[in-house]
Ligand binder design. Structure first.
Ligand SMILES: [Fe+2]
Length: 202
C-alpha cells in the first residue's frame, strides 16, 4: 500500500507547525523534526469519544494553529486515537479515561515512523485532572485551544491558555487540570524512549 494523501496532509500540518513556530522552546525540537524519516505505515483508525471535542466552531483556537486544527478535524475519523493508560492500572482518574485521547502522526508507531521525535495532538475534556507524572523524553506542549492549570517541576501551579507554550525538561514532574473548557494540545517529544510509560508521583 502506498502512502495515503490524507496522511501526507497531516504530516505537512504537523511538521510545518513545529518548523514555523517562532518560540525557542519549540525550536529545540526543530533538528529532530528535520531529521525524521518519512517512512510510512498504514494505521488502523480507532475512534475515542474525546475526538468529538475537536470542533473548531465550539473552541477558541490559537490563530497560529488554524491550519493544523482544520486538518485534524477533517481527518479525525481516520486517525488512530489512543490512550496511554488503562483503567486497571489505576494511574489516572476514570474521568480522564472517559474524556481524553491523542492522535500521533510522527512517532515509533507511525503513521510516519520516527525513533527521534514524537508529534501529534491530545485532547482533554473540561474539568479533568492529569496527575503529576514524568518521563525521560523532553516535551513541549503548544496549547491550541482551551486552558488548564499546569504544574511543572517545583514551580507554582500556573494557568496557560491557547497560544501558550509549556516546556518540560527530561524527567521533570508535570501535570495539569483543565478548566471548564476542552483543552487541545500539540505535543512534541524527543530523546529517550518515545513510548515510555510515564511514572507517576513527584
Ligand atoms: Fe508528559
Amino acid at each position: 500500500m502506498s502512502v495515503q494523501i490524507e496522511d501526507l496532509e497531516l504530516l505537512d500540518a504537523v511538521r510545518d507547525f513545529a518548523l514555523d513556530h517562532p518560540h525557542p522552546d519549540v525550536g529545540r525540537f526543530r533538528a529532530s523534526m528535520r531529521a525524521r524519516c518519512d517512512c510510512w505505515q498504514a494505521v488502523t483508525p480507532t475512534y475515542l469519544a474525546a475526538a468529538d471535542l475537536l470542533d473548531a466552531s465550539r473552541l477558541s483556537i490559537d490563530p497560529r494553529a488554524g491550519t493544523l486544527m482544520s486538518v485534524f478535524e477533517r481527518h479525525k475519523k481516520r486517525l488512530r486515537w489512543e490512550q496511554s493508560y488503562k483503567k486497571e492500572q489505576g494511574l489516572v482518574p476514570d474521568a480522564m479515561l472517559a474524556g481524553y485521547g491523542f492522535a500521533e502522526i510522527i512517532g515509533r508507531h507511525g503513521p510516519f515512523i520516527s525513533e527521534r521525535i514524537r508529534a501529534g495532538i491530545g485532547i482533554w475534556g473540561p474539568n479533568i485532572v492529569y496527575p503529576v507524572h514524568k518521563h525521560k523524553a523532553e516535551e513541549v506542549y503548544v496549547l491550541i485551544a482551551g486552558s488548564a492549570e499546569f504544574t511543572v517541576g517545583a514551580a507554582a501551579e500556573r494557568r496557560h491558555s491557547a497560544g501558550d507554550i509549556v516546556y518540560i525538561e527530561s524527567n521533570t514532574p508535570h501535570g495539569f487540570r483543565t478548566t471548564g473548557q476542552s483543552l487541545v494540545v500539540y505535543y512534541l517529544w524527543q530523546a529517550g524512549d518515545l513510548r515510555q510509560q510515564s511514572q507517576f508521583g513527584e
